[in-house]
Design a protein around this ligand. Structure first.
Ligand SMILES: CC(C)(COP(=O)(O)OP(=O)(O)OC[C@H]1O[C@@H](n2cnc3c(N)ncnc32)[C@H](O)[C@@H]1OP(=O)(O)O)[C@@H](O)C(=O)NCCC(=O)NCCS
Length: 172
């Protein structure tokens, strides 16, 4: 199934929806990626401000993923619920590392695949990058599928946290 998604570069006013997204999906995400810890949730406002400051320096490019529920929701005239995030970190010398997470309620509909595709386009155009790298654990086949469908190829075996994983690369 093809999902329509829209990316927005992270802004200050995304904070409430982003915190709600992370809270609602905390246990779900913790099954595959390290939990952010209680301090992240307790200190969310400061954490969010710090990420925005870092983004200003060009070291990271964070984005929220919105669905295409336009129209008469209560989330503003643009419409769309925050259903995920796709981020670039360690931006330097024309490359960056990709990371992403999609809400449990939106899983299995091609959202991650579409959002990563959109971010790869942004990376090449708006951010002027020439390659991306991404890591995932071996036991995350959905994530590996998302990368492989977006033209990422095996680069090396690695560890993610303390778990065996794979690093992928893609030229843009
Ligand atoms: C991994 C994640 C991003 C996938 O998001 P998603 O929107 O469900 O992904 P998509 O629907 O675009 O594609 C996933 C594909 O993997 C497939 N898949 C899912 N579970 C699978 C499994 N156990 N084995 C093989 N393929 C699997 C899906 O069927 C889908 O393919 P399909 O379109 O042919 O059905 C999401 O589950 C997530 O955020 N998980 C928690 C955080 C995380 O793991 N982030 C990535 C860290 S590297």
């Amino acid at each position: 199934m093809v999902s329509m998604v829209r990316l927005e570069r992270l802004r200050a006013d995304h904070a409430p929806a982003l915190l709600a997204f992370e809270r609602e999906n905390r246990a779900y995400f913790a099954r595959t990626v390290p939990d952010r810890g209680d301090a992240y949730f307790a200190g969310f406002a400061a954490y969010h401000a710090a990420r925005l400051a870092e983004q200003e320096t060009g070291g990271i490019h964070f984005h929220v993923v919105l669905d295409d529920d336009g129209g008469d929701g209560d989330s503003g005239s643009e419409g769309g619920r925050l259903i995920g995030r796709v981020n670039l970190v360690d931006v330097e010398r024309g490359t960056a590392e990709l990371g992403y997470r999609i809400a449990e309620r939106a899983a299995g509909r091609g959202v991650a695949t579409a959002a990563v595709a959109a971010l790869c386009r942004l990376a090449a155009t708006t951010y002027g990058l020439t390659s991306l790298t991404a890591r995932t654990t071996l036991d995350n086949p959905a994530s590996r599928t998302v990368l492989e469908r977006n033209g990422f190829v095996f680069a090396e075996h690695t560890t993610v946290g303390d778990r065996p994983g794979v690093r992928y690369e893609r030229e843009l």
